[in-house]
Design a protein around this ligand. Structure first.
Ligand code: PLP
Length: 379
């Protein structure tokens, strides 16, 4: 039986054109782009062209684009680098990805609440920033994700930015946009932020390559120093093949977004309707209008996510739950906890996520396998 892949939020299959674009830089054009010979200049030219592509899709200047090793590194660099530059605190909402949340907590930052669908609570953010100002605590950076990786909710970065500029004018605004490129035209986000993070493997590019946009030039200290690559902003020999493939995948994602969103909305609706229609006790975690097209997060009563994922794995269906096993006890996801989802409901969480490779057959097979597995677990 072939694999039914319903886990695009975890990682996406590479796009064929991205694989094709990267091959020469693995096989023949392997020079170090920092070198001075012609062979090296070819590799450097490929990076420059990729930088232009990334900048045009993100709506920034090529010089604002810093290539990194992954989304986690970009987030770490933004937060740690901002704190190192200005010695203020970092602030983020409670449902950020661990790549942001743990960095903010590591630096003794401040975590603010979210609403019932997982968007930052703008009033709580304003109050927190006022409170910090009242105590003479400088804010180095406020980090709010563009799209949530578990439930798919979308933050309004223009509104976030207005709150930050008003209540903490010295702070930088960072967005983890790792889950966004398939669903959001980032040209409408970038102008509102100072820093923006991407990861190649979430939109058909390879793993191990990411972007940090530093809009308007360097505003933070570098995280990795040494060889001075990326105009001293991120040292380390460039992953030329990865950068070229990521730029190719980003361009395809941008070109196809307008046709992919309606296609995937219809597939996602079919998937959720099939589950809700075929099983009792399936709750849509947040309303469809509040989330991106590829996201189908549900909570299923009377089962535990881990057991369901085990049966789905046996049936060659890839999905995820985002609960973590801490000290031997299953802990529900921090995202659902932050949204106020009852623990007993959150224990039955199932994250199904569609993307560029999803088909009608995936949806049909997913409904069939999940329905059978839940029925078996409830027996
Ligand atoms: N931020 C979000 C929202 C993510 O979904 C992920 C990956 O799951 C990351 C950051 C980390 O990206 P990477 O896997 O490139 O380190």
């Amino acid at each position: 039986m072939s694999l039914t892949y319903l886990d695009h939020a975890a990682s996406t299959p590479m796009r064929p054109e991205a694989i094709e674009a990267m091959m020469p830089f693995l096989a023949t054009s392997y020079a170090n782009p920092s070198g001075s010979h012609r062979f090296a200049r070819q590799a450097r030219k490929a990076i420059d062209e990729s930088r232009d592509v990334v900048a045009s899709v993100l709506g920034c200047r090529p010089n604002d684009v810093v290539f990194t090793g992954c989304g986690t590194e970009s987030d770490n660099m933004a937060i740690t680098g901002a704190i190192a530059r200005s010695s203020g605190v970092a602030v983020c909402p409670a449902d950020e990805h661990h790549a942001v949340l743990e960095v903010v907590e590591h630096h003794s930052g401040v975590v603010v609440g979210v609403d019932a669908v997982g968007r930052v609570d703008l009033d709580a953010l304003a109050t927190t920033l006022d409170d910090l100002a009242g105590r003479d605590v400088a804010v180095a950076i406020v980090s709010v994700m563009t799209v949530n990786n578990e439930v798919g909710s979308i933050n309004d970065l223009a509104a976030v930015s207005r709150v930050v500029r008003r209540h903490a004018p010295g702070a930088l605004v960072h967005t983890d946009a790792v889950q966004a490129p398939s669903w959001v035209d980032l040209r409408e986000v970038t102008p509102h932020v100072d820093l923006l993070a991407l990861s190649g493997h979430k939109f058909g590019g390879p793993k191990g390559v990411g972007v940090l946009v530093e809009r308007g030039g360097p505003k933070i200290d570098p995280l990795i120093i040494g060889g001075g690559q990326e105009r001293e902003r991120r040292s380390g020999t460039h992953n030329v093949a990865g950068i070229v493939a990521m730029a190719t995948a980003l361009k395809s994602t941008d070109d196809e977004r307008a046709t992919e969103i309606p296609r995937l909305t219809s597939l996602r609706d079919g998937l959720v309707d099939g589950l809700v229609g075929g099983l009792d006790g399936v709750i849509e975690t947040i309303p469809r209008e509040d989330k991106v097209a590829g996201s189908a997060h549900v909570c299923i009563s009377g089962i535990e996510s881990e057991s369901l994922l085990f049966l789905l794995d046996e049936a060659d269906v890839c999905a995820s739950a985002a609960s973590a096993c801490a000290s031997g006890a299953m802990e529900p996801s921090h995202v659902l906890a932050a949204m106020g989802v009852d623990r007993s409901v959150a224990m039955g969480a199932l994250r199904l996520s569609l993307g560029h490779a999803s088909t009608d057959a995936d949806v049909d097979r997913g409904i069939e396998a999940i329905t059978a597995a839940v029925t078996r677990l409830r027996r």
